[in-house]
Design a protein around this ligand. Structure first.
Ligand code: MN
Length: 561
């Protein structure tokens, strides 16, 4: 399958998904005014271009059908089977993850996406979806643009890179760059664009010379091409070189494809004989591949007119892997064997030899997480973990069997303490229900609520357990030692009109509200009782002294209750 048109003719499943999706999205428009289904077509085009199977192409066509139309996951399952339904469900769940720029949460987001990658095809559909969304990002509201662009560089471009899909990763970075760094992008456009053209012209002159010397030495050349460095990676590199463009030798690199690994080394020798290399600039990524699996020879040579130029030499397979990474592996595996995808996935997973597993393992090493997390990162990722989402798309990482109460305490102890109910996927659910990965959990809170001791019977995390115990203990002690609320001053006074007014003035000058005033006139010395809200000890003393100093006041005492 080269493209969607061909796939539609060859695969009934893809054709059926096409018709189903088109019907489901009928009448819907994208922000740029196009029919919505164009987006699904674009996603399918990408996964077909990457060489994926018909289930994945069908899932790409249907990836928004559950989220954005009235079709349900059951409809998908009935019509397209468990495999496609699983993929659509996975993509829908990943779509709920939102990056909100909190550094610590990036790890959780990536974990969540990894969790779903127990079938890597989920990620590939999601990447195809994101690629088209980035290509049409101009039509989206400016505030949303930046968030989506950041999410793309923080989550999806690194994910593509980890899967060895450098071309996709680079394109995602480049598409996001102008939205994240508009000023810098403008600077690059005005200062660098001319330089690109000049270098491109130069490499057009240089390429036939390289071809010629290789042919003279009886080497087969499958292709020779030039590639311009991406704006986003150029910018990162410029930052390291004081924005001095003269120090960037690979602005436009020349890329030669030769049949075998031996040819790669031989070609480099021939090139170096004709154009001397710059010392320290030879990189052998064939003997020492990059962590993401990238293989190639790189060298910088003094080209014609003594201009420094980067040359990359590799085999076509290395090239395909470098561009398409994991997807290239899928394509090779599919054309090689007769085993179907599922069988292959299981057998390779058991051997733990598949490239992407290695790559994900490399990635795992970058996590700063706990032992527990590292151990749980097996082919069956996070078997013992649940990754649930807040309504805002934050990922909450919990042990298997966790309940909404555990979730609430994970957000904040106060959310836990005040929790009175929970909605899972918009449905009111008992507080002791078991959460599933991908559940969207909303906690209902009420002020002045206290946790119930019965929660201790079902909570799973020690975090929640400890907080519940503390809250219950605090609650009991506060019932025994009641905090005083009111303060009563008892003043023994001499008879005198106006004294009462003087007393109340002293109090209101201290900005204190008087709750009640009582006078007892029946004895020789009348008694005035004043009730105010409770005060700290020192303020109570101060007020007491002020009152005692009033003329006509004989005695002052107070009590709190
Ligand atoms: Mn979509």
């Amino acid at each position: 399958m080269k493209n969607l048109n061909e796939a539609l003719k060859k695969s009934d499943l893809i054709k059926k998904a096409y018709d189903f999706g088109k019907e489901a999205h009928r009448g819907q428009k994208r922000k740029n005014g196009e029919p919505y289904f164009n987006h699904c077509i674009a996603a399918a085009e990408s996964v077909i271009e990457w060489g994926l199977d018909e289930q994945t192409a069908a899932a790409a066509l249907l990836h928004d059908a559950v989220e954005d139309t009235d079709r349900t996951l059951d409809d998908i399952r009935k019509n397209f089977g468990d495999d496609v339904a699983f993929l659509v469900d996975g993509v829908t769940k990943v779509g709920k993850v939102k990056y909100r720029g909190i550094e610590a949460k990036v790890e959780n987001l990536r974990k969540f996406i990894l969790y779903l990658s127990k079938d890597i095809r989920v990620i590939l559909v999601k990447l195809a979806d994101r690629l088209h969304n980035m290509r049409t990002l101009y039509a989206v509201h400016p505030q949303k643009q930046k968030r989506i662009a950041l999410e793309t560089t923080e989550i999806y471009a690194p994910l593509a890179y980890r899967l060895g899909m450098q071309k996709l990763s680079g394109e995602l970075e480049d598409l996001a760059f102008p939205y994240i760094y508009p000023q810098e992008y403008k600077w690059l456009m005005t200062n660098i664009r001319g330089r690109y053209e000049e270098r491109e012209k130069y490499s057009q002159k240089f390429k036939p010379l390289i071809e010629k010397v290789l042919q003279e030495n009886d080497m087969d050349i499958i292709g020779i091409d030039s590639r311009a460095k991406r704006y986003s990676s150029l910018y990162k590199k410029l930052l390291r070189y004081d924005m001095n463009i003269d120090h960037i030798y690979d602005l436009v690199a020349i890329r030669a494809l030769v049949p075998s690994i031996e040819d790669c080394y031989a070609a480099m020798g021939i090139i170096h004989k004709n154009w001397p290399p710059v010392p320290g600039r030879i990189k052998d990524y064939i003997a020492l591949p990059k962590p993401n699996g990238y293989r190639s020879l790189h060298t910088v040579v003094f080209g014609p007119d003594e201009k420094l130029t980067e040359i990359q030499i590799r085999t076509p397979q290395m090239h395909d892997e470098a561009e398409n990474g994991i997807a290239a592996h899928f394509a090779y595996q599919r054309t090689k064997g007769t085993k179907n995808y599922i069988e292959r996935r299981v057998s390779l997973a058991n051997k733990k030899e598949l490239m992407w597993i290695k790559q994900l393992k490399n990635w795992q090493n970058e996590f700063t997480g706990t032992e527990e997390f590292l151990q749980s990162l097996k082919i069956d990722f996070f078997k013992d973990r649940i990754l649930a989402l807040t309504p805002k798309g934050e990922v909450i990482d919990l042990p298997a069997g966790a309940t909404p109460v555990d979730f609430a305490y994970q957000i904040h102890s106060q959310v836990g303490n005040r929790c009175v109910g929970a909605k899972i996927n918009n449905r009111i659910t008992p507080l002791d229900s078991k959460l599933q990965s991908g559940d969207v959990v909303e906690i209902i809170v009420q002020k002045n609520k206290n946790p119930s001791a019965s929660w201790l019977n079902f909570v799973k995390t020690s975090h929640a357990r400890n907080h519940i115990k503390i809250a219950i203990k605090n609650n009991k002690t506060s019932l025994i030692k009641k905090v005083p609320q009111k303060l009563e001053f008892k003043l023994t006074v001499e008879n005198g009109i106006g004294l009462l007014r003087n007393i109340t003035q002293v109090i209101s000058r201290s900005h204190i509200d008087i709750k009640s005033v009582n006078t007892q006139e029946n004895s020789k010395s009348p008694i005035v009782r004043l009730v105010i809200n409770a005060l700290p000890k020192n303020k109570t003393e101060k007020l007491s002294t002020k009152l005692k100093n009033l003329k006509g006041v004989k005695e002052v005492s107070y009590r709190s209750f």
